[in-house]
Write a new protein. Structure first.
Length: 234
């Protein structure tokens, strides 16, 4: 297994992260040696926040039922007596003018329902992840996207609501970023200055390998542009 502790340190230092990157793995069965998360949570993205704070755990599909939108993006069917919650939530959003119902079929979703989903800080992941969620500022995540361009993966369009669709989008394209949505910001405490980039895990090492080059280039370009601005505006 890759040295995910070193990869977390690389991302944290280069991108000046204040929140730990989160590793997410979608499994066909519960993992050995990992505890299932106890208690109920109000949203799927709450699991991101818990893992970023240092918790290592897995969830079963029923742990996601309180989040009908997150269940939809993660292809988790609600039980019969709760199926209406998805349509109720979508109807509310539509009535408020938050979205149009015609947008829903275009929302990225996982290819199949995971039997278990593992969440952990990247450096503590108990196994190989499928995706890594990075929370940062525009200046930091800019470096990540520039590193992605160097290895030939262009980010998908900057996504909005729902934030959780960034995971299946990244699994398709290699990297996807989301500005975050109001629900995500409430449930995770995301700052106004922060947003997300999600990396497909098989691209992580290559991205990390280019970050030093991109960071050094940006240091030099910062000086270049400052001097140029001073010269032209003098």
């Amino acid at each position: 297994m890759a040295d995910y502790g070193a990869l977390e340190r690389t991302l944290t230092d280069a991108l000046q992260l204040t929140r730990r990157p989160v590793a997410v793995a979608f499994l066909d069965q519960p993992p050995d040696g990992v505890q299932r998360l106890e208690g109920a949570q109000p949203s799927g993205c709450t699991f991101w926040s818990l893992a970023s704070s240092g918790e290592v755990f897995y969830t079963a599909p029923e742990d996601h039922y309180n989040c009908p939108i997150g269940s939809y993006t993660h292809r988790i069917d609600l039980p019969k007596d709760r199926e209406h919650e998805l349509s109720d939530t979508l109807s509310l959003m539509s009535d408020l003018g938050y979205l149009r119902m015609a947008e829903v079929p275009g929302v990225p979703r996982l290819d199949k329902t995971p039997a278990a989903t593992v969440y952990a800080p990247l450096g503590q992941t108990p196994g190989e992840p499928d995706a890594v969620i990075v929370t940062g500022t525009p200046g930091g995540l800019m470096l990540l996207h520039e590193a992605g361009a160097r290895i030939g993966i262009a980010a998908a369009s900057l996504l909005g609501r729902p934030t959780c669709m960034a995971i299946p989008a990244a699994l398709s394209t290699g990297i996807a970023s989301s500005l975050g949505c109001v629900g995500n910001r409430i449930y995770t405490g995301l700052d106004d200055e922060e947003f997300y980039s999600v990396i497909r895990a098989d691209k992580l090492m290559a991205l990390a390998g280019e970050i030093a080059t991109i960071t050094a280039a940006n240091v030099m370009l910062t000086q270049y542009h400052r001097e140029r601005r001073a010269t032209i505006t003098a």
